[in-house]
Design a binder for this molecule. Structure first.
Ligand code: KG4
Ligand code: ZN
Length: 341
C-alpha cells in the first residue's frame, strides 16, 4: 500500500511517500523558519498562508522525486491535530480533496503519534511495550506504549513544554528562532562549572514536569549578568550549558522513574527536542547503566516531517481505519483518545 503523508500542523510543510512493503520512498520538507524568525516566533496566519502556497508544489515534487504517478497512491494520511487550526485546515483540505478525486481512503493522524512512531522508520525498531519521552515545542510527555494506538500518558508538563523552554531561553539571550538548536550549539562552548541551575520537580513524586521555575531562574541569572556588566558571549554560553544540563538531567530522572514504575527497560525519545545532543547522551548513559535499550529517530525525523505522518497513517489504513469525507481538524486532541489497532 502506497501512502502519501501530509504534515502541516505548525511551521513546516512535510510531504512523504511510504510504501508498506518497500518502506519510505520519498520525503520532502519546506520550513517556514525564516519567515517567522523576524517575529521571534510562529505567526499562525502567516503559517496557514504559506502552507497553502507550498502544499501542492511540494506534493508534485515528492511524486516526481519517487517517480510515482498520483494514480498509484492507495491512501492519504494527514495531520489532523494537535496544532494551529489554520495550518491544520490547510493540509486537511488538500488531503481530503485529493482523496476524493483519487477515490482512495484518507486518515487523520495525531501529530504526536507521528512523532512517537518516527523511530519505526529506522532499521532497528523498538518492540512494544516501551516508555516514550515525547518532547516537542508544544508537548512534554512520558507515555507508556503497549502497541499502535495503545498509549497511556504517565506524565505531562504542568506549564511550558521542553522545546518551549529552549525557545524562550534563546529569545531571552537573543539567539534567534527556532531556539533549541542555537541554545544547544552555544552550550558546547559553555563552562559547566560556572552555574548550577535547579532540576525542576525532581524532589516531587510522580512523572509530571514543569519548566517555568527554570525559565525564571535563567532569566534572573542573565539579568544579574547584565547588571554586573558581564553580559558577554561566554556568559551566554555558560547559561546555555547550565540550562541544557538541568533539562537533560531532569528528563533523565523522570524517565528512570517511569521505567522503574512500569517495570520496563526500553525507552524511545521522539519529538523536536529529541534532536538534542545532551539529552540523548544522558539518556543513553542511563540505559547503558541499566543494560536497557534506547531508540530515537534520525535527526531529520526528530522535528516535524511528512514521513512520520505517512508511517503512522499507513498503519491505520492497513488496519482498515479511515475517516469519512467531512473534513475536520482537531487542534486539541489527547493521545489517549486514539483507537488501538
Ligand atoms: O516536534 P517539533 O519540530 O515541533 C512541534 O511539534 O512542536 O519540535 C520543535 C521544538 C522547538 O521548540 C525547537 O526549539 C526544539 O524542538 N528543538 C530542539 C533542538 N532541535 C529542535 N531543542 C533542543 N535541542 C535541539 N537540538
Ligand atoms: Zn512536532
Amino acid at each position: 500500500m502506497l501512502v502519501l503523508g501530509i504534515e502541516s500542523s505548525c511551521d513546516e510543510t512535510g510531504i512523504a511517500l511510504y510504501d508498506t512493503d518497500r518502506g519510505l520512498i520519498a520525503d520532502t520538507l519546506y520550513t517556514q523558519a525564516e519567515l517567522h524568525a523576524q517575529y521571534g516566533g510562529v505567526v499562525p496566519e502567516l503559517a496557514s498562508r504559506d502552507h497553502i502556497r507550498k502544499l501542492t508544489p511540494l506534493i508534485l515534487q515528492t511524486l516526481e522525486q519517487a517517480n510515482v504517478k498520483r494514480q498509484d497512491i492507495d491512501g492519504i494520511a494527514y495531520t489532523k491535530g494537535p496544532g494551529l487550526m489554520g495550518a491544520l485546515l490547510s493540509g486537511t483540505s488538500v488531503a481530503r480533496s485529493l482523496a476524493y478525486a483519487l477515490k482512495v481512503p484518507a486518515v487523520g493522524v495525531h501529530h504526536m503519534e507521528g512523532h512517537l512512531l518516527a523511530p519505526m522508520l529506522e532499521e532497528a525498531q523498538p518492540e512494544f511495550p516501551f516508555i516514550c519521552l515525547l518532547v516537542s515545542g508544544g508537548h512534554s510527555m512520558i507515555v507508556r506504549v503497549d502497541g499502535f494506538g495503545q498509549y497511556k500518558v504517565l506524565g505531562d508538563t504542568l506549564d511550558d513544554a521542553a522545546g518551549e523552554a529552549f525557545d524562550k531561553t534563546a529569545k531571552l539571550l537573543d539567539l534567534g528562532y527556532p531556539g533549541g538548536p542555537n541554545v544547544s550549539n552555544l552550550a558546547l562552548k559553555g563552562n559547566s562549572d560556572r552555574y548550577q541551575f535547579p532540576r525542576p520537580m525532581i524532589d516531587r513524586p510522580g512523572l509530571d514536569m514543569s519548566f517555568s521555575g527554570l525559565k525564571t531562574y535563567t532569566r534572573n541569572t542573565w539579568l544579574k549578568a547584565v547588571k554586573d556588566n558581564d553580559a558577554t558571549e561566554q556568559t551566554k554560553a555558560d547559561i546555555c550549558r547550565a540550562f541544557e544540563v538541568a533539562v537533560s538531567e531532569t528528563l533523565t530522572i523522570k524517565c528512570k522513574r517511569a521505567l522503574e514504575q512500569e517495570g520496563l527497560n526500553r525507552i524511545v525519545i521522539a519529538g523536536g527536542v529529541s534532536a538534542n545532543r545532551a539529552i540523548r547522551e544522558k539518556l543513553s548513559q542511563l540505559m547503558e547503566k541499566r543494560r536497557g535499550e534506547i531508540f530515537y529517530p534520525r535527526l531529520q525525523f526528530c522535528t516535524d516531517n511528512g514521513a512520520m505522518i505517512a508511517y503512522a497513517g499507513a498503519q491505520r489504513l492497513l488496519a482498515g481505519q479511515s475517516n469519512d469525507l467531512n473534513f475536520a481538524a482537531n487542534p486539541r486532541w489527547s493521545l489517549e483518545d486514539l483507537p488501538a489497532l
